[in-house]
Design a protein around this ligand. Structure first.
Ligand SMILES: Cc1ncc(COP(=O)(O)O)c(C=O)c1O
Length: 438
């Protein structure tokens, strides 16, 4: 079989305006026709709001971009946003599910996904957890030779997928670059000969090969380079049914920010995949597992300004949230576009938007916002992926409520936490209780 060597790839990124989820209409910000300030009146702040129409638009864009491929499967990477209602939407649209824990698998099953439509891709989990996933009947993706050996010894008849690390540096920052040589993820591409020995010795059936090189990939050409590596490896596995190229599709976070041109990528990658299938002699299924591409732009995080504080060097807008609710700016230096939705006509001034947590939890430095007054509601865009899901109870704060806008109606899909939730898993020891004054 003829495979390509190094080649120059021409795949475009596109530049795009910030997401269109929030619209300004007659002086009021809306999401799918629902008034944002009305949502705050109804559900209070801080509040996560998700727009189902934006998710569907992105899902449709992706399926259309790869429509020249005969067998396509998008597995929504549900770690990005795991609310069961969101999972149900993707299930209804025909998506599969990418899960990284057995708990995500169980949520997916609860949401109505068939076991066969779930791919479980764990990393550094115990064999007992892999066993639980097998018991659930989902597809298993293995990223470690030791687990492959244990798996083969117990389940020689259960087909597996193997996660390959192609040794490619890709991703928006080092924390989300996972396909390079120092990454803990996947089995090195150089260990494929050893994998083949294990597979042959144990009589395993390898039904899929997988890779995921990172998130927020700036250079679309990387996708095409990486797939050549996986295709080269795939030629050595005769029983394949699918190839999973992971994700990493970039969405714009700022005005004029870079986005993966999915239509262009679909054209080029789809053509190369079809060519490979012809050489392989079978129509394999092409899989992707996007998280950010599908849900990032659909999410908006609404916070209330508690204080406006002028110091010698800065003007701070201090809001009723912090790294406990949206950690991406502090963890990844992620940029989230911020809009003052309650004063759209206000004069533009410069603010640093900060949280109320007893840490330096800065959402945005020196942002130009319409004048912020105490009590104003600020909206942070691109808060659908890895936002609520990374929230915590740090400083014993409650995690916010979540609302889904579906067909122009707002639905509460998670209530705000209460003190009972904070104490619910704590066990109060009787002898210590007795020291508390009555
Ligand atoms: C194995 C795997 N697949 C898919 C994804 C989704 O990536 P993204 O949100 O960039 O689409 C991730 C993200 O970390 C991942 O680890």
């Amino acid at each position: 079989m003829q495979l390509r060597g190094e080649r120059t790839v021409f795949t475009r990124n596109s530049k795009s305006l910030n997401n269109q989820t929030m619209q300004l209409s007659e002086g009021r910000y809306q999401i799918d026709g629902v008034d944002i300030l009305g949502l705050v009146d109804q559900f209070n702040a801080p509040l996560y709001v998700y727009d189902a129409a934006t998710m569907k638009r992105q899902y449709d864009r992706m399926t259309k971009a790869f429509s020249k491929v005969k067998r396509l499967r998008i597995n929504y990477a549900c770690k990005a946003l795991t609310n069961v209602n969101v999972l149900r939407l993707f299930q209804q649209w025909g998506s599969g599910l990418d899960c990284v824990s057995v708990q995500e698998v169980e949520m997916g099953l609860l949401a109505g996904f068939a076991p066969h439509d779930i791919l479980y891709t764990p990393n550094c989990v115990s064999f007992e957890e892999v066993q639980e996933a097998v018991d659930h009947g989902v597809r298993i993706n293995i990223d470690n030779i030791s687990i492959l050996e244990q798996f083969g010894a117990v389940h020689p008849n259960v087909p597996v997928c193997i996660r390959i690390n192609p040794h490619i540096m890709a991703g928006g920052n080092s924390k989300i670059s996972v396909g390079h040589i120092d990454s803990k993820f996947g089995i090195s591409i150089h260990q494929v000969p050893h994998v083949l020995k294990v597979v042959n010795a144990l009589g395993l059936k390898v039904e899929g090969l997988h890779m995921h090189t990172g998130s927020d990939i700036y250079d679309s050409g990387v996708f095409l380079q990486a797939i050549e590596i996986l295709l080269r490896a795939a030629a050595d596995f005769p029983d394949l049914d699918y190839l999973d190229f992971g994700s990493g599709f970039k969405v714009p976070y700022k005005e004029g920010g870079i986005a993966t041109d999915i239509e262009d990528l679909g054209e080029q990658l789809g053509a190369r995949f079809n060519e490979f299938c012809a050489e392989y002699g079978r129509d394999l299924e092409l899989m992707f597992e996007p998280g950010k591409f599908l849900v990032s732009e659909a999410g908006t995080f609404l916070v209330r300004t508690n204080v406006v504080k002028t110091t010698t060097a800065s003007v701070f807008a201090g809001v009723d949230s912090g790294l406990n609710h949206l950690i991406r700016p502090m963890f990844y230096d992620a940029y989230h576009h911020i809009v003052n939705v309650s004063n759209p006509e206000g004069k533009q001034r410069i603010y640093s938007v900060v949280g109320y947590i007893c840490e330096t939890d800065t959402f945005g430095v020196n942002r130009q916002l319409n004048e912020v007054r105490e009590g104003d509601i600020l909206a942070m865009a691109n808060a659908g992926a890895y936002s609520f899901m990374m929230a915590s109870n740090y400083n014993s704060r409650y995690r916010p409520a979540e609302v889904l806008i579906y067909e122009g109606q707002a639905h509460l899909i998670r209530r705000r936490e209460t003190m009972e939730d904070l104490l619910g898993t704590q066990v109060q020891v009787d002898v210590l209780k007795s020291t508390v004054p009555a």
